[in-house]
Ligand binder design. Structure first.
Ligand SMILES: Nc1nc2c(ncn2[C@@H]2O[C@H](COP(=O)(O)OP(=O)(O)OP(=O)(O)O)[C@@H](O)[C@H]2O)c(=O)[nH]1
Ligand SMILES: [Mg+2]
Length: 484
């Protein structure tokens, strides 16, 4: 990530779960406890505890921060698209909706780019951009085509045009595609989420008959469909227009438009939700999106809404580790999915080597992809990331888990900022040294002692407190300063 991109990323960091979002997220079903299934083809390498020193005894920790990595192999940070095409376990999203609904713009935001995607046929052959453009110009999006942005080739998108202009044949093609890709046993071909765009520029015709047909006929199985109310910002014009029609002055109309715009959006969303709730296969959630074409566009809510609609931990991990739009999401999910359970497990009497390694590995799986697909570098073993103060094994485990998040996050930024392939073992060693010598480790440990008491049993409040604590102590902030 170039310094510019790092800056852009950091500017998005103020978005947290619980902070006031600009858009409202709602889900129509309560989240199910996710089963522990890993069927997306993700390679989970085993850590080998037998090679480790006894981490529970600080006196026996290795002098060097990281004990032997596998081979010290280099990681290319910018894999070319072909390499990524060979990779299984990429997150695949079908985006659908009327022409001009803002579909491509959303995908660009998610991949941190303004470039157009490269288009591949289902066999991985690149299609000439001119052919694609000509086809799109005629209103055709071939749903089978795979769209990949160089900004983040970890995502594969399929784009389907709206049905209002489409023939019955086109609907059937889409139906077949969804039915097949939602259930195929070929994991690398499966779609993981569907974003159904309804533009608020067309708010007078919210759901067309053809769109309702999708929700009545297309069984997407466990693949969640999220309705995106795109271009919600354009309701501002509609609100001003309405106020002017009511006889308001232009100044008064502008002043009152915000309130009316919000009211209009709520009414539209309620109307759509009511209508779709009657369908055989209603969507899992609704999310208005504003100004996605603007410089401050942020897709954190979209990613979070999509993540929360997934019903498998492995898919959730895949999405969170693939996205690079907001790395606070990585921290947040690592805390919710791993650290919170450590906090709840108050009966811990000792912190064994295998427990510490398990935490390291569990946390690693939520961090951004800093490994090539088939070289899992979490064989690198971090030392105990807890300061020398005598603390209980319970606190030691939590401190270690939080320390791992901070070390991995710093390592990721360090590698991105250098923009060179690096040796992961050395980078982790450097991150650990920074963590320990900068005083961050001590500060985190002290802050944790207080935070754990505040957490009590309230998961939402507790995970927010811990996430904020981790975000506050991110060492990557220093990298940003040095890049300026
Ligand atoms: N006001 C506003 N305009 C938007 C937003 N998102 C996209 N646009 C604009 O809407 C237009 C269409 O956006 P695209 O992303 O190309 O729409 P699309 O659905 O991919 O269009 P087709 O592929 O042609 O069907 C562009 O001019 C965008 O700049 C938004 O959130 N607000
Ligand atoms: Mg488009």
């Amino acid at each position: 990530m170039a310094p510019g991109r790092v800056n852009k990323f950091f500017s998005s960091l103020h978005f947290h779960r619980g902070s006031a979002p600009s858009a409202h997220v709602s889900t129509s079903t309560s989240p199910q406890p996710p089963p522990e299934v890993d069927d997306v083809g993700r390679v989970h390498a085993e850590i080998r505890p037998q090679t480790l020193p006894d981490l529970a005894d600080p006196a026996r920790l290795p002098a060097s921060a990281c004990e032997p990595a596998n081979t010290g192999s280099k990681i290319p940070l910018r894999l070319d698209t072909k390499e990524h095409f060979d990779r299984i376990g990429r997150f695949r999203i079908l985006v659908m909706g009327r022409a001009n609904a803002g579909k491509t713009t959303i995908l660009q935001r998610v991949c941190n780019t303004t470039d157009l995607p490269e288009v591949f046929d289902g066999k991985g052959n690149k299609i000439d951009a001119k052919i694609v453009e000509a086809s799109i110009g005629r209103g055709h999006h071939n749903i089978e085509n795979e769209l990949v942005f160089q900004g983040n080739p970890g995502f594969i998108f399929h784009d389907s045009c709206g049905f209002e202009a489409g023939s019955a044949n086109e609907f059937e093609l889409m139906n077949e595609f969804v039915a097949h890709r939602a259930t195929t046993l070929k994991l690398e071909q499966r779609i993981h989420a569907i974003w159904f765009c309804i533009p608020m520029t067309d708010f007078h015709r919210t759901i067309t008959a053809a769109e309702a047909r999708f929700f009545n006929k297309c069984d997407t199985g466990s693949v969640p469909v999220i309705v995106l109310l795109t271009k919600a910002d354009t309701l501002n014009f509609a609100a001003i227009e309405q106020l002017l029609d009511e006889g308001k002055t232009i100044e008064a109309a502008k002043e009152q438009a915000f309130g009316l715009e919000k009211q209009m959006l709520t009414n539209i969303q309620t109307k759509i939700a009511r209508e779709l709730a009657q369908c055989t296969f209603p969507p899992k959630g609704y999310l208005p999106l504003n100004n996605m074409n603007g410089p401050c566009a942020d897709c954190t809510l979209l990613l979070r809404c999509t993540a929360d609609a997934l019903d498998q931990v492995a898919l959730l991990q895949l999405l969170i580790t693939t996205q690079q739009a907001n790395l606070v999401l990585n921290i947040e999910y690592a805390v919710i999915q791993e650290i919170w359970y450590l906090i709840m497990d108050q009966g811990v009497e000792e912190s064994s080597v295998s427990q510490l390694l398990k935490i390291q590995r569990d946390v690693f799986y939520w961090m951004p992809c800093i490994q090539t697909p088939f070289q899992i570098h979490n064989e690198v073993q971090l030392p105990l990331l807890s300061s020398g103060h005598p603390i209980s094994p319970y606190h030691q485990l939590i401190a270690h888990g939080v320390g791992c998040i901070l070390v991995f996050e710093y390592a990721y930024f360090y590698l991105q900022e250098k923009e060179v392939a690096g040796d992961l073992k050395e980078t982790f060693a450097l991150a650990v040294r920074e963590y320990q010598k900068s005083g961050t480790q001590d500060a985190v440990q002290r802050a944790l002692q207080v935070a754990i008491k505040e957490c009590k049993e309230d998961k939402d409040k507790g995970t927010k407190i811990i996430t904020d604590l981790v975000v506050k102590h991110r060492m990557s902030k220093k990298l940003l300063k040095s890049a300026q």
